[in-house]
Design a protein around this ligand. Sequence first.
Ligand code: ZN
Length: 64
Amino acid sequence: MVATTTAPPPAYFAVGPKPHEVCCPYCKQKGKTITRRFLLSCCMRRQYCSSCGEYLGTYRRPKL
Ligand SMILES: [Zn+2]
């Protein structure tokens, strides 16, 4: 019937600008993320796994 679709990796925890301790969905390692500023905008930070370096999600600061 319905083909099993591969769910895209979750855009993880857009919860805050600081590193978070997560269990990486790619390498299964538990550790803190690395945040990097996205482009020139200081409002967006991308979070990466500190173990495998995979992109996990984006934090976007609400505009004031
Ligand atoms: Zn990882």
